[in-house]
Design a protein. Structure first.
Length: 71
């Protein structure tokens, strides 16, 4: 990882998202920086790739988001 500010922003957001998901028992195995955008320009932070998940993980993610908005 470079020391560019936008790279740090993306890495911190990725770490925070992973921790929040883990707190809800959710693991997205392919959660990572989106490599093509990471290798690109430094004008904007790299994208975060959420990746694929199985139906059970999608259900847990949906439930966690619904709890967050009080549904």
């Amino acid at each position: 990882m470079s020391d560019h500010a936008n790279d740090r922003i993306a890495a911190e957001a990725l770490s925070a998202l992973r921790a929040a998901l883990t707190a809800h028992g959710i693991t997205l195995p392919s959660l990572d920086l989106h490599l093509p955008s990471y290798a690109g320009s430094h004008r904007t932070p790299p994208l975060i790739s959420l990746g694929n998940c199985n139906p059970g993980t999608a259900e847990r993610l949906t439930a966690a988001l619904n709890r967050a908005v009080g549904r």
